[in-house]
Design a binder for this molecule. Structure first.
Ligand code: PMP
Length: 394
């Protein structure tokens, strides 16, 4: 438009959201979409949330509708501290927790607080596109480090650390987009590499609870171990994304104060009604039993997808077999552009996300992300059959 010359360098260097156009295609009911990142709506505890809504309005009245404090509802922060202390042997108090408007806001605030133009950020290759977008606003230099079946490529990480880097962004459990997780050895290696360095490690963990087989968690890389580390969590994938309630955990209360100032400038505080609602839900329901149900559901959906791929995809196509989370990652033969297949897939009424937006400055990559949580098992089978037809033509 004619306003172009008024735009900031900041927004001009921020890639437009692929997510938005994806959500648009997913809205066509004819299309079997593996493109979105949506939790399955049957996982939202709507009846229980309705009960909580009535209870909090009755019991807390005007506090739900008034301005509140930037750090977030103390009762909710206490719940989060207790849960992480219990599950991971951390020693958190409420001063270590900041409630955020989804973990997406945390990504924005962290980069706002740490990055000057040209500062280095280490990301996984590939990485979460929403994080790449958030960081890009502050015009950093990205240093992508290959993500392998074990975790980050340690040699590449060491090389990247030779540059002037402010923070490392990692998704150690059931990563978006690949579904891969870091093994215990890889986490230990990264911890050792970072131990003597003044650098922030951001561990983003929206999917860790969604381990299909339940059971024990591998310790985090930084949380409880590296003083300059930040852990992100969210209720988006286990309760509801629409309430936009996430949280940041940090042992370094000084750093958290700076982030809190940035949050205050940005939105004063996260929606307090949402915070009460989530807290009341957690206090009056068996949260772990609810998570177990989601795990079971996603396990079946993931299995339906990989079994269909085993059946319909040509031998030359590889894919991850996630043990949790919401996504898997497909690698096509060398030189095949997933982006160029996208319109042909839409003709067959099936959608995926081409890998490109998950990389820094790469086009026509031979990868794609598939979401398995938002279609039922028979639709998954049919969608993968259609994709298989397409892949056999390449
Ligand atoms: N981080 C990752 C890795 C994600 O996949 C997502 C959601 N797609 C987010 C952060 C943002 O989640 P929310 O803001 O809903 O907590």
């Amino acid at each position: 438009s004619s306003m172009e010359h008024l735009l900031s360098e900041r927004i001009k260097s921020t890639p437009p959201s692929f997510i938005r156009s994806i959500l648009k295609t997913a809205a066509d009911p004819q299309i079997i979409s593996f493109a979105g990142g949506l939790p399955n709506p049957v996982s939202f505890p709507q009846e229980e949330l309705l009960v909580s809504m009535e209870r909090i309005v009755r019991d807390y009245g005007s506090s739900l509708f008034q301005y509140s404090i930037t750090a977030g509802l103390p009762e909710l922060r206490q719940y989060i501290a207790d849960r992480y202390n219990r599950r991971f042997g951390l020693k958190l108090g409420i001063e270590n927790i900041l409630i955020t408007t989804g973990s997406q806001q945390a990504l924005d605030l962290i980069s706002k607080v740490l990055l000057n133009t040209g500062d280095g950020v280490i990301v996984e290759k590939p990485s979460y596109l929403g994080a790449i977008q958030a960081f890009s606003q502050y015009q950093p230099v990205f240093y992508p480090v290959e993500l392998t079946e074990e975790g980050m490529d340690i040699e590449q990480l060491k090389d990247a650390l030779k540059h002037d880097v402010k923070f490392i962004y990692a998704i150690p459990d059931f990563q978006n987009p690949t579904g891969l997780s870091y093994c215990a050895e890889n986490r230990a290696c990264i911890r050792e590499v970072l131990r003597e360095r003044e650098i922030v490690l951001v561990e983003d963990d929206p999917y860790g609870e969604l381990r299909f087989d339940g059971g024990g968690r591998i310790p985090y890389i930084g949380a409880g171990q590296l003083p300059g580390s930040i852990l992100l969590g969210t209720f988006s994938k286990t309760v509801t994304p629409g309430m936009r309630t996430g949280f940041m955990i940090c042992a370094d209360t000084e750093l958290l104060k700076h982030i809190s100032v940035a949050k205050e400038a940005s939105d004063l505080h996260t929606n307090i009604f949402s915070q009460y609602l989530i807290w009341d839900y957690l206090m009056h329901n068996d949260y772990d039993a609810h998570i177990d149900q989601i795990r079971q559901l996603y396990k079946e959906q993931a299995q339906a997808m990989t079994e269909a791929m085993d059946r319909y995809f040509p031998e030359t196509v590889r894919y991850t077999r996630p043990r949790g989370g919401m996504f898997l990652w497909v690698t096509l033969p060398e030189g095949v552009s997933a982006l160029s297949l996208f319109p042909k897939a839409l003709e067959k009424k099936v959608a995926f996300v081409p890998g490109d937006p998950f990389y820094i400055n790469m086009t026509d990559t031979n990868t794609m992300r598939l979401n398995f949580t938002n279609a039922d098992c028979s639709m998954i089978d049919e969608g993968i059959r259609r994709l298989g037809e397409l892949l056999r033509e390449i």
